[in-house]
Design a protein around this ligand. Structure first.
Ligand SMILES: [Fe+2]
Length: 273
């Protein structure tokens, strides 16, 4: 199974650039084009939050338009801190799972060799993420219903500190509660997040937690204490989580910008006829 993950699209209303600089709609379209050109095609596309810049109806409509134009595989979404549940549900309600929980945008994706649980970490009006008692209980119960199938959890806010201080202040605020649940369910092979706009990997509980960068702008690599927050236009990446029964999960990075090549390995030209 091939799971493609894009994150943090930050789509704006038509003609608007995020932070007056980033043409997020154009960059998301570029990323969708790259995903559509992947061979073999991924089985699913996960969009791990911050689908929009401001959670507006028109921004979700931009997403639908771009998906319709480029993406033919099933698409699964969760909210990030830039999203708002009500407009997201109203505009994206036809995407699978979006309308299944009465309070949150979270659901389990069955019928694939890997089970995927999309988990809502949004705290309305805040930049940080949280998992309240209701969501933690839902996760525990949902994991308990299928204990023996390899499982990947998708969520927006990462549950670990990465060293970029201004982002660590707004990550998941109660990682210990999540770790306790994950530790009870060893079938959780991966947790995949967004939010930090950088590719990062860490151990979490008994599993591996990765962060996919943004399909648009990235957060500056600033590990010095007290470093200011800033964004940069580092190359955007899609994560490709490949799972096979014999090898389990392996994650590849697929750049979404055009680049030269491929150049076939043809051997030493001087050795030819
Ligand atoms: Fe974001």
């Amino acid at each position: 199974m091939l799971i493609c993950q894009l994150s943090d699209l930050h789509l704006c209303r038509e003609g608007i650039a995020a932070y007056r600089v980033v043409e997020t709609n154009m960059l998301t379209e570029r990323a969708f084009r790259a995903v559509a050109a992947l061979h073999p095609h991924p089985d699913v596309l996960l969009l791990t939050g911050d689908l929009t810049f401001d959670g507006q109806d028109e921004e979700y409509q931009e997403l639908l338009m771009l998906l319709r134009r480029h993406i033919e595989i099933p698409v699964f979404v969760i909210p990030g801190n830039h999203d708002r549940r009500v407009p997201m549900r109203e505009q994206l309600g036809d995407l699978p799972g979006v309308s299944s929980h009465p309070h949150f945008i979270q659901y389990a994706i069955e019928n694939y060799p890997v089970r995927i649980i999309m988990l809502d970490t949004l705290a309305p009006g805040a930049d940080h993420g949280e998992l309240c008692e209701e969501r933690l209980a839902w996760l525990d119960t949902t994991l308990a219903t299928v204990p023996n199938k390899p499982t990947l959890i998708g969520m927006h806010h990462p549950p670990f500190a990465c060293g970029v201080e201004h982002m660590d202040k707004i990550n998941l605020q109660n990682p210990g509660a999540l770790a306790k649940i994950v530790a009870k369910h060893p079938q959780v092979e991966r947790i995949v997040c967004g939010h930090v706009h950088r590719p990062i990997t860490a151990r979490f509980a008994q599993t591996i937690c990765s962060i996919a960068p943004s399909a648009a702008h990235q957060v500056e690599l600033a590990l010095a204490p007290g470093a200011r927050g800033a964004f940069v236009m580092e190359p955007a990446i899609a994560h490709l989580h490949r799972w096979t029964p014999q090898d389990g999960f392996v994650t590849h990075t697929a750049y979404v910008e055009p680049f030269p090549g491929p150049y076939p390995f043809l051997g030493d030209a001087t050795a030819g006829p």
